[in-house]
Write a protein that binds this ligand. Structure first.
Ligand SMILES: Cc1ncc(COP(=O)(O)O)c(C=O)c1O
Length: 370
């Protein structure tokens, strides 16, 4: 039995009729760039996030970049974030001309450790950008408290956390703005590239609407220098269909995660994900930690089991960010995670038999090793 890391076709098979009908509606109305299908999805997604506004854009990277721009982040500014994220978090900061200032993570949740924030705040710091990694939110109360005390903005990178919760509050709804990716592999994935910014601040929503559309509030009257960052109509239509199923898909992911964790509990040399007391984890990624990660991955690959590493090199050790001047040892927890984490197959349609097979192969690998 081959078990893929992710099976997007299984999900498509369950909704293909609705998707085809939705795509046909876009074709029939020729609403390809922005337009009514995007606006409908924006209303639905804002309500899902329990926010007043959602603005559809071209990707999660664009969402982060435009959120920072809307807050006025620019050359010379500093934005505090974490090294164990997809590089887009830092790219967005860099593309505003600002500098990413990194802090290490909490070893249980793999998200920003609030204890490290205050010591890196300088007069240039403008914002804190926690990443809700793998589907679990960062510890937002202390992060927001520190940010407010120092008059800093808070932007949530919620690209992996659609529907995740912190003390009952949805990802994206706590900071000044929340940024989402609808990259096809995400819990809510488009059939192409797409993203969104959510916020409760009307002034920021208006700015992002202008930025994503060449700075125009009215066609050909440009108030700002903006960009083409619109979401396309096909993606809006697909996302509206898929959003209806997201709650059920999330529950399926949580059930799968529970089964993995029950089976792997007590297995030596395996650390399963911890769901913090404050959190509802949506398991975009089910990552376990083990010292022999690379060997385990090769053994599972030989048995037809697909795994991933998120992420093999933390941002501060990437060549692209050499200029930040960090070295090995700068962020020990993030580095340990990069060396030990392996992401097991995780998607809503994964069956109990498939999970048991993955567990069985992990067991036999560990037995041979001992
Ligand atoms: C944490 C994080 N931030 C940002 C992004 C960027 O999103 P996108 O690929 O839609 O540009 C992603 C997704 O890949 C992500 O996982």
């Amino acid at each position: 039995m081959n078990i893929p890391f992710l099976d997007l076709r299984a999900q498509y098979a369950s909704i293909h009729k609705e998707i085809t009908a939705a795509l046909r509606q876009v074709l029939d109305s020729a609403a390809f760039a922005g337009g009514p299908f995007v606006e409908k999805f924006e209303r639905e997604f804002a309500s899902f996030c329990r926010c007043q506004f959602a603005i559809g854009v071209g990707s999660g990277t664009a969402a982060l970049w435009m959120a920072l721009l809307a807050l006025g982040i620019r050359r010379g500014d500093e934005v505090i974030t974490v090294p164990n994220t997809f590089i887009a978090t830092c790219e967005a900061i860099t593309f505003c001309g600002a500098k990413p200032v990194l802090v290490d993570i909490d070893e249980q949740t793999y998200t920003m450790n609030p204890d490290h924030i205050e010591r890196v705040i300088t007069p240039r710091t403008k914002a804190v950008l926690p990443v809700h990694l793998f589907g679990q939110m960062a510890d937002m109360d202390p992060i927001v408290e520190i940010a407010r005390a120092h008059r800093l903005f808070v932007i949530e990178d919620a690209c992996q956390a659609h529907g995740a919760e912190y003390k009952g509050r949805r990802a994206g709804s706590i900071g000044d703005m929340g940024c989402f990716s609808f990259y096809p592999a995400k819990n809510l994935g488009a059939y192409g590239e797409a993203g969104a910014v959510v916020t409760n601040r009307g002034d920021l929503a208006d700015k992002i609407r202008m930025f994503r559309d060449h700075g125009q509030a009215k066609k050909y009257y440009h108030r700002l220098i903006g960009w083409n960052g619109r979401m396309d109509g096909f993606q809006g239509a697909v996302l509206s269909v898929k959003l209806k199923y997201l709650a059920a898909w999330t529950e399926a992911r949580r059930k799968n995660a529970q089964l993995y964790s029950d089976l792997l509990a007590g297995v030596d040399n395996v650390i399963t994900p911890a769901e913090a007391d404050y959190a509802k984890h949506v398991y975009h990624i089910y990552g376990i930690r083990t010292p022999n990660r690379d060997d385990l991955m090769s053994a599972l690959a030989k048995k037809g089991i697909g795994c991933g590493i998120h992420y093999p090199v933390p941002v501060h050790l990437q060549r692209a960010y050499e200029s930040l001047g960090h070295e090995k040892g700068s962020f020990p927890i993030a580095e340990k995670c990069a060396e030990q984490l392996v992401s097991l197959p995780m998607f809503p349609e994964l069956s109990q038999a498939q999970i048991e097979k993955v567990y069985g192969e992990i067991q036999s690998f560990l037995r041979v090793k001992v």
